[in-house]
Design a protein around this ligand. Structure first.
Ligand code: FE2
Ligand code: FE2
Length: 472
């Protein structure tokens, strides 16, 4: 196999024999992983997919039919406009790094491995969904997300192979050995070990967990380590599609539910094959709360170090209207904590740098609120008086200050017993999951859609809705 030709790239792979050798060894193992852990069906079918072929904003993608194992996973770094200098933390004004500084090697490796591990994790979580796709169009979108998450793994492996020597190669191997949900070798972050059993899970995951990805990648795109900044910047162009799939998937589900409610003058749409709004709400409650956990502790010395050392900034760090203090040495971040001794919520200030996780999380929450507002607009359009609610940041948390107590979705402190007594109101129950599964059967005829979801507004890349996105 001629890897120089096989791997679309703008990292001058031809002239980099060391990287080529590492990839030659890694690639067959990657393909083995993909065949074993990628989608359980349609690996040999032709899918209408976009492939990244360059980094020009006008022409970075081509759309064509490919079989997934033949997808050309590439390595792309977003272009740099000019000489970069460090724009936050302790080294403001110094030149950015083309190589890994020895004193920050371990921190950088940890950031890259943690990000990298999520990418194959999500592919493993989603591998069975093709069996219950609501349409040919949706099945194609699922596969698009899957191949791009695999490309994101490539992006992180490229950094490990190029800049971290033997350690990096070992880490790249281990990415292919861990398995989502495996009790002995799980993925590194808890949310990437949760099962994704149905399409409501998938749409919520793509809305909330991929959005966490957007914020993590955005903060790494600010990094003083230029190859990391450029790699993650390009990954963000693909991430936008994943968020689109999640948010519009939920929007279409919500629209269909509201239509069935109106047609039948009933909130219970189960007799008509729809998914009741309260079930949708419980799925949102679940995936939003476990995605919030991915931001880590609100008060974090690791996060302070990442910021001080110029490794990880805030989202849109360069926007000085948003963040007037580039060093974040002064001032405090005001936030609410649960005080265990007093057993109540308290207001507290922490030094700005220690609050970097909370600052990133709060930017994420605002973004999530915008998505909910768009769904509620749909409910209004369909004359439905019910609304979707984004639960409180305190609800159903494991990580951080709110993990130390129980809260209802409105953020009220309740006892653990009360939480358990009301769990079935808050979070998806086994019956919810069984019901959702019972209506989600496979639809593959182009232009046809399962009864529980409304069709999208447009096809992909200007193609009609009844286009054969997956050739069966
Ligand atoms: Fe990703
Ligand atoms: Fe993603």
């Amino acid at each position: 196999m001629d890897y120089k030709e096989l791997i679309p790239n703008n990292v001058n792979l031809k002239e980099n024999p060391k990287l080529l050798r590492a990839l030659e060894r890694w690639h067959p193992r990657f393909l083995e992983w993909w065949r074993d852990q990628g989608p359980v069906a349609h690996q040999e079918n032709e899918i209408y997919l976009r492939t990244a072929v360059s980094v020009d904003s006008s022409g970075w993608a081509v759309y064509d039919y490919v079989r997934m194992p033949e997808y050309r996973w590439g390595i792309f770094l977003a272009p740099v406009k000019s000489e970069r200098s460090i724009h936050f933390g302790d080294y403001i004004g110094d030149g950015c790094w083309e190589d890994v500084p020895g004193e920050h090697r371990n921190e950088l490796k940890r950031l890259i491995v943690t990000q990298g591990d999520t990418e194959p994790g999500s592919v493993e979580q989603q591998r069975r969904l093709a069996l219950s796709a609501p349409s040919n169009y949706d099945m194609r979108n699922l596969f698009q997300v899957n191949v791009e998450e695999a490309r994101h793994l490539w992006a992180m492996v490229y950094l490990l192979h190029s800049y971290f020597g033997k350690d990096g190669r070992d880490e790249a191997e281990e990415m292919l050995e861990r398995r989502s949900g495996d009790p002995d070798t799980p993925r590194l972050l808890s949310t990437f070990n949760d099962p994704i059993d149905d399409w409501l899970d998938f749409f919520c995951f793509a809305t909330y967990t991929d959005r966490d990805g957007k914020y993590q990648l955005g903060s790494l795109a600010e990094s003083a380590f230029t190859p990391l900044s450029r790699t993650t910047r390009f990954m963000l162009t693909e991430e936008a599609h994943h968020l689109f799939v999640g948010e519009t998937g939920l929007a279409r589900t919500i629209r269909r539910t509201a239509q069935l409610m109106k047609e039948n003058e009933s909130e219970d749409v189960r007799p008509y094959g729809g998914i009741p709004l309260d079930i949708i709400q419980r799925y949102i409650n679940y995936w939003y709360s476990v995605s919030l956990d991915l931001f880590g502790n609100e008060d974090s010395s690791n996060a302070a170090n990442y910021f001080a050392h110029g490794l990880k900034g805030r989202f849109n760090e360069a926007n000085r209207k948003l963040y007037p203090d580039a060093a974040a040495r002064e001032g405090n971040y005001h936030y609410t904590v649960f005080d265990e001794d007093r057993g109540q919520l308290m207001e507290r200030d922490i030094p700005m740098r220690r609050a970097m996780n909370a600052i990133l999380r709060d930017a994420y929450i605002e973004d999530c609120e915008r998505a909910v507002a768009r769904w509620n607009k749909i409910l209004e359009q369909e004359d439905c008086r019910l609304r979707i609610q984004l639960p409180s940041v305190r609800f159903h948390r494991e990580v951080g200050t709110f993990g130390r107590a129980s809260f209802d979705p409105n953020g009220n402190l309740i006892t653990k017993d009360e939480f358990e007594a009301r769990r079935a109101d808050f979070l998806p129950t086994r019956a919810d999951r069984e019901y959702v599964k019972s209506v989600q059967f496979l639809v593959t005829d182009p232009g046809k859609f399962a009864n529980w979801i409304s069709p999208p507004q447009h096809g992909i890349h200007g193609r009609p809705l009844d286009f054969e996105y997956v050739r069966l």
